[in-house]
Design a protein around this ligand. Structure first.
Ligand code: SAM
Ligand code: SF4
Length: 333
């Protein structure tokens, strides 16, 4: 239950959504996220323990956070993840817990995750093709991902969404196969524009395949897409239904149509740095406080400082945009 004023920034944006990274490790190497070789992961003792994550989540829940998404790195690499989910479910005020995964390990873990109360899962699926999967992720394993999706459906997870990255010159050919795959399985599909958060610095605005362009490809195949209802005004995606009324397909267009005005997200990295934006340069060190005997009120102040310092917008489209030093896997996407 919320007992104190909400986490409101200077523009009146109320922060109710927490993204917690549980690891910076990953079992694949998507080129738009991680370096190919010599990845430096944080040592185990620098990563927040479950107790620390739960305490941080509890404090934010008392400040109005009601949604938590677990991410990484690849969250399914974190041992005993269902245990963390069970504990987070016990927090007053948390009404929604979700997970983002590459699904390589999902077939083995879907049942335990479901048993822990996980009902909402985003699965990253950029392609159905083995060779393209290898080109994008520099690892084999599309068969495992597809098994993972099937397992999530079989154990009865109710809200499964597929997320596909959109990169010009690479993923155009994936649009229609992914849309048919999602439609046939009654799964939601969202396309996400490529953002400047790749470790290898390959991003350029010309590589952004925009949501608008993807929509045109889909409409040629399926007819005009119909606007879908928008249950959550702060959701970054714009969703549509196919002309037949079936399915749900969405676009997250952070580059071509930034949605910073309605951003309600707060993030904590796997090693306990609190961030007010994917693109923020500044970070607030919660781990230090979680480990030095600081009280809840001190952590609350740190979180409030972080939120108060949120910029109006990411500014990717401005000349003085500064790319964060950390890549997506180190922040938690
Ligand atoms: N490993 C998990 C996965 O891939 O789903 C969770 C973490 S991953 C960082 C979360 C999401 O971020 C994935 O859907 C991935 O496609 C997306 N992502 C990674 N790098 C990105 C980038 N440079 N631009 C846009 N999305 C990106
Ligand atoms: Fe791993 Fe996810 Fe980054 Fe791909 S996007 S390298 S699966 S953390």
């Amino acid at each position: 239950m919320q007992r104190r004023p909400s986490l409101t920034d200077s523009l009146g944006r109320i922060h109710t959504n927490l993204r917690m990274s549980v690891t910076d490790r990953c079992n694949i190497r998507c080129f738009y996220c991680m370096p190919e070789e010599n990845v430096e992961f944080k040592p185990r003792d620098e990563i927040l323990t479950f107790e620390e994550l739960i305490r941080f989540a509890r404090i934010t829940s008392e400040l109005g956070v009601n949604k938590i998404r677990l991410t990484g790195g690849e969250p399914l690499l974190r041992k005993d993840l269902p245990q963390l989910i069970r504990e987070l479910h016990k927090l007053n005020g948390i009404t929604d817990i979700a997970l983002t995964t590459n699904a390589v390990l999902l077939a083995d873990q879907a049942e335990a995750l479901k048993q822990a109360g996980l009902d909402r899962i985003n699965i990253s699926l950029d392609t159905l093709n083995d060779e393209t999967f290898f080109r994008l992720s520099r690892r084999r394993g599309i068969d495992k991902v597809l098994e993972g999706i099937q397992a999530a459906q079989e154990v009865g997870m109710r809200r499964i969404r597929l997320n596909a990255i959109a990169i010009r010159g690479l993923t155009e050919t994936e649009i229609l196969p992914l849309a048919h795959f999602a439609l046939e399985r009654s799964l939601e599909l969202r396309f996400i524009e490529f953002m400047p958060l790749d470790a290898d610095d390959n991003w350029g605005s010309q590589a952004v395949l925009t949501g608008q362009e993807i929509r045109q490809v889909l409409e040629k195949e399926f007819g005009t897409l119909l606007a879908a209802e928008r249950p959550d005004a702060s959701q970054p995606a714009v969703d549509f239904k196919f002309a037949s009324g079936e399915g749900r397909i969405g676009f997250i267009n952070p580059v071509s149509e930034p949605f910073c005005d309605s951003c309600n997200r707060l993030r904590i990295t796997a090693e306990g740095k609190v961030r007010n934006c994917l693109f923020s340069i500044a970070e607030w060190d919660a781990r230090q406080m979680l480990r030095d005997g600081s009280c809840d009120a001190q952590l609350e102040q740190l979180i409030r400082d972080c939120v108060a310092n949120k910029k109006p917008a990411h500014g990717i489209d401005t000349p003085d945009f500064e790319k964060p030093k950390r890549a997506m896997y180190q922040i938690g996407g």
